[in-house]
Design a binder for this molecule. Structure first.
Ligand code: PLP
Length: 421
C-alpha cells in the first residue's frame, strides 16, 4: 500500500497534487510520502512485536537525512555499509546501539570511526577483516562487537546482481566454514562475539528462501552455543521484495508468521535490515515529456529524467510502472514506446516496449516505486545536476534536498598551477 493515488483525475501524494510540486520546483524530482514511510516501518515493527527486535533500516536504499530522521523517530536503527552512512545515521539522531555495519571492504578509518562511536555490531565478512578489527580495537583500547556474516548458500530467486547468499557471491563466509572463523574470533582479545548475520539478497518475493536460510542459521547457532559461544543477536538481513508490476511479495506479517516459530528456542534478539520494503513504494520519480521520436523501427518517448537519476532499469532490467499525472481514461489512445532519457547511452531507458496512454510534450509522468535505490544510486553522469527530493506530509510538502546547481558539478575541482591564468 502507498499514498500515491489518483483523485479527481490527477495524481496525488497524500493530500498534495503532484502537479503543484512540479510547477513550483520543476522536473525531474523524487517525491516521498511520510505516511507511507511510517506505515511501512510500523508494519515491520508490529509484525515482529512478539520477539525482542531491532529494526535497522538499510541506509543504502535511500539515505536522505529527512527520511532517516523520520524513521529514527519511529524507532528505527540503521544498517550501514560505509563511514559516510555512519555519519548520516548519527546526524539523523539514530541511536549508535541500533547501528549494524556490513560490507566486505571496511577501511581502517571507517572501522575506527565505528569503534569510537560504539555501534551495536560489525557484520564481518572475512578472516582478514576480523584481524583488522582486532588490531584497530586493540590500539584504541576498545572492543569490537561482532557477528560473522554467514553465507547459507540459498537461492533467493531474484536478479543475479542482487543475489548475495549463494556460494559464488563475494559476501559472507560459507556456513560450513563459519565455525572455524568463530573459533578464530574467540581467540582474538579485542573482539567480542555477539551475533550471527546473514542477508541472502534483495527483492525476494517468497517466504521460502527466508525460511530455508534461517533454518540453516538457527542450526548453526545451536552449534555455536554448544561450543560455548554467547550469541545474543540473530541478524536476518533485509531483502523483502515489493510490488513493482505484478509481484505479490509476502507482507512483513506473513514473513513474521513464517519465521517467528523458528526463533522460539534461540534466545536471541532479532535484527532485521529492511530497505526496499520500507522506502521503495514510498517514493516516485516525477519527470516531464520532452519529445516524441519515431524511427522506422520504434517509437521513443524522450523524458527529462535518465539513467543517472534512476539506474535500476538499465542496471537490473527492472520494471517501473510509469503513469501520467493526469489520470488517463480507458478509451484514451495508447502507444507502445521506449521511455528514454537524455543520456548519451543506448542503455539509458526507464521502460522498453511499454504500452502507455498517449502523452503530449510537457506532460508530467510518475515513475512509480522509485523510493529505493533511486536517488541513492543517482550520479552526475553527463554533467547532469542531481535532482531535488521532496517530502509530503498530509497537505504539506517540503524540499528535503535542493536540486544541484551547475556550480555543484565542479565542487572540489581545481585547475593546476601550470594551467591557471
Ligand atoms: C542491501 C542490504 C540490505 C537491504 O536490502 P533490501 O533488499 O533493500 O531490504 C540489508 N542488509 C544488507 C547487508 C544489505 O547489503
Amino acid at each position: 500500500m502507498h499514498d500515491f493515488q489518483y483523485k479527481n483525475g490527477e495524481l496525488y501524494c497524500e493530500g498534495v497534487p503532484v502537479k503543484t510540486v512540479a510547477q513550483r520546483i520543476g522536473t525531474p524530482f523524487y517525491l516521498y510520502s511520510s505516511n507511507t514511510l511510517s506505515m511501512h516501518f510500523r508494519a515491520f515493527d508490529t509484525a515482529f512485536s512478539g520477539v525482542p527486535r531491532v529494526i535497522c533500516y538499510a541506509l543504502k536504499s535511500n539515505s536522505n537525512s529527512a527520511i532517516l530522521r523520520l524513521l529514527g523517530r519511529e524507532g528505527a536503527g540503521a544498517d550501514i555499509v560505509s563511514g559516510g552512512e555512519l555519519f548520516r545515521a548519527l546526524r539523523a539522531g539514530i541511536d549508535p546501539k541500533k547501528i549494524v555495519y556490513a560490507g566486505v571492504g571496511k577501511r581502517r578509518d571507517e572501522i575506527e570511526y565505528a569503534l569510537k562511536i560504539g555501534i551495536l555490531m560489525f557484520n564481518v565478512e572475512s578472516g582478514d577483516e576480523l584481524r583488522a578489527l582486532d588490531d584497530a580495537a586493540g590500539e584504541m583500547r576498545a572492543t569490537a562487537r561482532i557477528a560473522l556474516r554467514v553465507n547459507p548458500n540459498i537461492d533467493p530467486k531474484t536478479h543475479a546482481y542482487i543475489s548475495t547468499g549463494l556460494k559464488e557471491n563475494k559476501f559472507g563466509i560459507p556456513i560450513e566454514q563459519a565455525l572455524e572463523y568463530y573459533q578464530m574470533a574467540r581467540s582474538l582479545s579485542h573482539v567480542e562475539i555477539v551475533g550471527v548475520h546473514h542477508h541472502i539478497g534483495s527483492q525476494i518475493t517468497e517466504v521460502q528462501p527466508f525460511v530455508d536460510a534461517l533454518e540453516k542459521v538457527v542450526a548453526f547457532i545451536k552449534e555455536l552455543k554448544s561450543a560455548g559461544m554467547n550469541i545474543k543477536y540473530i541478524d536476518i538481513g533485509g531483502g523483502l521484495g515489493i510490488t513493482y508490476k505484478d509481484e505479490t511479495p509476502p507482507l512483513p506479517r506473513e514473513l513474521a508468521t513464517a519465521i517467528q516459530p523458528l526463533l522460539k528456542d534461540c534466545g536471541c534478539t532479532l535484527v532485521l535490515e529492511p530497505g526496499r520494503a520500507i522506502v521503495g513504494n514510498a517514493g516516485i520519480l516525477v519527470t516531464s515529456v520532452l519529445y516524441h521520436k519515431e524511427t522506422g523501427e520504434k517509437k521513443f518517448l524522450i523524458v527529462d529524467a535518465g539513467m543517472n537519476d534512476l539506474i535500476r532499469p538499465s542496471l537490473y532490467d527492472a520494471y517501473h510502472e510509469i503513469k501520467p499525472i493526469v489520470e488517463p481514461a480507458a478509451q484514451d489512445p495508447h502507444d507502445v514506446v521506449d521511455v528514454v532519457g537524455p543520456i548519451c547511452e543506448s542503455g539509458d531507458f526507464l521502460a522498453k516496449e511499454r504500452d502507455m496512454p498517449a502523452v503530449k510534450r510537457g506532460d508530467l509522468l510518475a515513475v512509480m516505486s522509485g523510493g529505493a535505490y533511486g536517488f541513492s544510486m543517482s550520479s552526475n553522469y553527463n554533467s547532469r545536476p542531481r535532482v531535488a527530493e521532496v517530502m509530503v506530509r498530509g497537505n504539506e510538502y517540503f524540499v528535503i534536498r535542493e536540486r544541484e546547481t551547475y556550480n555543484d558539478l565542479i565542487k572540489g575541482e581545481k585547475i593546476p598551477r601550470w594551467l591557471a591564468g
